[in-house]
Write a protein that binds this ligand. Structure first.
Ligand code: SF4
Length: 473
């Protein structure tokens, strides 16, 4: 059978502010995970519209489309196109789980929740021509799942082909997060067997890994054993974790020993009222600066996540947040305008109080204001958000934040990582155009490596020459 698997491009990928590199980071692991359940005789074509032009002229028997909120309309169009051609179309992903009634109208079958067990069930039904309209995930375990179909991934098109997920979900319940909607009706946090996770890591070539888990330190026993097993594997890796897990026990030291070099941390807000409003209990009364210092003392760079527009935010929140990030040497900051995704408690609360202003899902990209604000006007919120990005990533603030580190090696690492990420768009575009993105990995590994005192990251990299760049842009 011919199977087409598609990740349609997010709407923001067409915005004038689109940074191609931002959408060429990670391959579509979810689809590759499902592909592993197909038969070796099946002809599988996995396409990611962020990195390639979709071929819509084919005639697959089965089409599998992954739907996020800001690619939903595009996903529905593609689904319609293939249904008209006689293919059987199935839709799954976060948006489908949040709004199954909407998704149902565009598919032959939809998938609610994670697909590891419902997809093989569907395949059996499909063979027997007895499919159902809705497949709801009920079994929640990662035991005995087949290795991800990584051979379908076009590795040279991604900066981080070695992305990996060893857990599902998260132990927390923030009101603005999709997690509870997606995992409703069963366990919402579970892990692979440690040996399976280590085998998956061993299968990945090179040195660098990016754990895409929502909370890599969420299960202390699992994380301890994972890091113990990774010692001596000579890996460098990036991941995400919460403030409280950084402050508690010595797990973060073990992660650093195993190769953790950069961490995504959800600071979100400095206001305890905002934290309470969001049910972000894991941040309440936690010493953010202590967590930052602990990470820096271990040589771990920080990608801080911050949300603007919670009800306790005022006009000064933008400057406060940017200044704090610069002063505390946060390596990269990700700012979001509060977005009430359908299916979340935040959405339900806002809907009940009449605060949802639009249901145009294309605008739910965390860059637009889609709800009735309180202390700030929508214009102030949008302008403050734009200003924060510009200000945090100005050269003067990148330099200031870099120089605020104690040691020279951290100063250099910070400067290269942040400057490289935000200030060299032509280099990224050149690498994407010439299919050489993957070749920059040694540079990333060099920046993430434990730099020895006499080693200078400048000497470890082979950046494209000026001549190469001028022919590319
Ligand atoms: S900690 Fe992160 S992943 Fe977990 S519920 Fe909160 S926002 Fe979601």
């Amino acid at each position: 059978m011919k199977v087409k698997m598609i990740l349609p491009a997010l709407t923001e990928a067409e915005s004038p502010f689109w940074r191609p590199i931002k959408y060429s980071l990670f391959p579509p692991l979810g689809l590759a995970t499902l592909a592993a359940y197909l038969s070796p005789d099946d002809e599988i074509d996995l396409q990611d519209q962020h990195i390639e032009k979709l071929n819509l002229d084919d005639y697959p028997d089965l089409v599998v489309i992954q739907v996020y909120i800001t690619n939903a309309y595009r996903a529905y169009q593609i689904a319609g196109h293939y249904r008209r051609k006689g293919a059987y179309v199935i839709l799954g992903g976060l948006h489908v789980s949040s709004l199954p009634e909407e998704a149902k109208q565009h598919a032959d079958s939809i998938f609610i929740g994670p697909g590891e067990h419902s997809f093989p069930e569907f395949l059996k039904d499909f063979k027997a021509k007895k499919t159902k309209k809705v497949y709801q995930s009920s079994v929640r375990t990662l035991e005995n799942i087949p290795p991800i179909g990584r051979d379908l991934i076009k590795r040279n098109k991604y900066l981080v082909p070695n992305s990996i997920v060893v857990t599902r979900g998260c132990p927390h319940h923030c009101d603005f997060c999709y997690k509870d909607a997606f995992y409703e009706g069963g366990r919402s946090f579970y892990t692979q067997a440690v040996d399976d996770a280590l085998s998956e890591i061993e299968r990945l070539p090179g040195k660098h890994l990016y754990f895409l888990d929502d909370h890599l330190l969420g299960n202390v026993r699992f994380a301890n054993e994972l890091f113990e097993g990774m010692k001596g594997m000579n890996r460098v890796f990036q991941g995400a974790a919460t403030i409280d897990s950084i402050l508690r026990g010595d797990l973060i030291e073990k992660a650093a020993e195993a190769g953790l070099r950069s961490l995504f941390v959800g600071f979100e807000t400095f206001s305890s009222n905002n934290l309470k409003q969001s049910n972000k209990k894991q941040n309440l009364e936690k010493d953010y600066i202590k967590a930052v210092n602990r990470l820096h003392s271990l040589g771990i760079m920080i990608n801080g996540s911050f949300v603007f527009g919670l009800d306790d935010d005022d006009k000064d929140v933008f400057k406060r947040t940017v200044d704090w990030g610069v002063k505390n040497s946060i390596t990269t900051s990700t700012y979001h305008i509060l977005t009430p995704y359908p299916g979340t408690r935040l959405y339900k609360d806002m809907e009940a109080s009449g605060r949802i202003l639009t249901r145009n899902w294309d605008l739910y990209d965390t860059r637009n204001v889609v709800y009735q604000t309180k202390n700030l006007s929508a214009e102030e919120l949008k302008a403050g958000y734009d200003w924060s990005y510009k200000e945090f990533y100005s050269w003067s603030n990148i330099l200031k934040a870099s120089l605020n580190h104690d040691s020279n090696k951290h100063k250099l690492k910070h400067l290269f990582y942040t400057g490289g990420w935000k200030k060299f768009e032509p280099v990224w575009n050149f690498l994407i155009k010439t299919n050489k993105l993957n070749e920059i990995l040694p540079v990333l590994e060099a920046i993430l490596a434990k730099v020895e005192p006499k080693q200078n990251p400048l000497q470890l990299v082979n950046l494209p020459t000026k001549e190469q760049l001028s022919t590319a842009v």
